[in-house]
Design a protein around this ligand. Structure first.
Ligand code: HEM
Length: 350
């Protein structure tokens, strides 16, 4: 009797041992992702609730399904990181852009209210000197033209949904945004070419030096009529604009190319970071350019000519770029206006 029970216990123990061994073997042989799938919530099970799915998500985790194609990235169904990114894009990004843009518009309006249009104190001289040759102007307008469209179509992606869609309706907004997206993708290339040319033609005139310190100490002469600190071809303010365009433009170019070709940039989290950097740099650069466009057009008498015809009035040059004006006048063979017998050179103003 006792012998029979001992035999049956030994048999049972052997069976249990075999079962454990089999289980162990299965754990060792099963691929780790299959195990992970076995442990995680099955998103396609009919009994699974959204609540369960969301609870299953750890920070940085995701709910993944199964695909029969080689690209395993396509298994992603829900990523809490994506929800955080969307909240940032529609919240913080919207406000950063709005504050940067409206803040700069407010600064420009306040500057205009206090200082008014900056005029040429000594009046027009009647003599013109060449400030930017045709290639420099081409480079400026290539960069500026493409940047303006990139800025408008980019701003549309951040603000349009809230500002334009309610005005024009979802359908018109979607069509315009689609066209804008293509323009944004393609105009990035002339903008990048413009940056490279701009760096090549103007870097030598944009190295900071001592005259910049004195110019900055005098507030650039911008705040007070009749104050004209010395400046070479570009003053300290313009050097700031130049380097903002080059450094900001380079950051936009690198992040923009990564967004155009996302598989160069890694995974979802990397794309989100790249897009956040792209958006913030763009907002800051657009704001800076609002100030530049104001001074280069309606804010300062005689400034636009430099990028229009390429020639500026000598008195404008003397007041804003004294050291360059003298050098350029001599190089272009002109005599100082006011000198007895002086000929307006190289070309008289109309
Ligand atoms: C309608 C728009 C614009 C106007 C009217 C304008 C006008 C001007 C003018 C008149 C100058 C020459 C200033 C001088 O003689 O000292 C200039 C220079 C320059 N512009 Fe523009 N510009 C515009 C847009 C842009 C944009 C979008 C960019 C870049 C993204 C840009 C980049 C520059 C740079 C780097 C310089 C040389 C540095 C400086 O003068 O500030 N411009 N612009």
């Amino acid at each position: 009797m006792l012998r029979a029970s001992l035999t049956s216990i030994a048999k049972g123990a052997r069976t249990a041992l075999a079962a454990f061994a089999l289980l162990g073997l299965a754990v060792v042989l099963l691929p780790s992702d299959a195990l992970a799938q076995a442990q995680s919530v099955n998103p396609t099970a009919s009994a699974v609730t959204e609540e369960q799915l969301l609870q299953a998500l750890r920070p940085g985790g995701e709910i993944a399904g199964r695909v029969s194609i080689p690209d395993q990235k396509a298994t992603g169904l829900i990523k809490p990181g994506g929800q955080d990114w969307r909240a940032f894009h529609q919240g913080a990004m919207f406000w950063i852009t709005t504050v940067a843009l409206l803040g700069m518009v407010a600064i420009v309006l306040a500057f205009y209210a206090v200082r008014g249009k900056i005029t040429i104190d000594s009046g027009l001289s009647g003599m013109k000197i060449l400030r930017f040759n045709a290639f420099e102007r081409f480079v400026h307008w290539l960069t500026a033209g493409s940047f303006l469209i990139l800025a408008l179509t980019g701003l549309n992606l951040v603000l349009g949904r809230f500002v334009l869609m309610p005005l024009f309706g979802a359908e018109a907004f979607a069509t315009a945004t689609q066209i804008g997206k293509y323009a944004h993708n393609y105009l990035a290339w002339p903008f990048m070419a413009g940056l490279v040319f701009m760096l090549a033609v103007w870097i030598k005139d944009n190295i900071p030096d001592r005259t910049d310190v004195a110019w900055l100490k005098a507030g650039g002469g911008l705040l007070k009529k009749g104050v004209h600190p010395d400046a070479k071809k570009f003053n300290a303010g313009q050097k700031g604009i130049f380097w903002s365009v080059i450094i900001g433009g380079a950051a936009l170019s690198v992040t923009g190319v990564l967004l155009l070709f996302p598989y160069l940039a890694g995974g979802y989290a990397d794309w989100q970071l790249v897009q956040i950097i792209h958006g913030i740099v763009a907002a800051v650069l657009v704001a800076i350019m609002v100030g530049h466009i104001y001074i280069g057009s309606v804010g300062m008498q005689g400034a636009f000519d430099a990028m229009g015809s390429g020639e500026v009035d000598y008195n404008w040059a003397r007041e804003h770029h004294s050291l360059w004006a003298e050098e350029a006048r001599r190089a272009q063979g002109g005599a100082s206006p006011g000198t007895p017998g002086a000929h307006p050179a190289p070309q008289p103003a109309e």
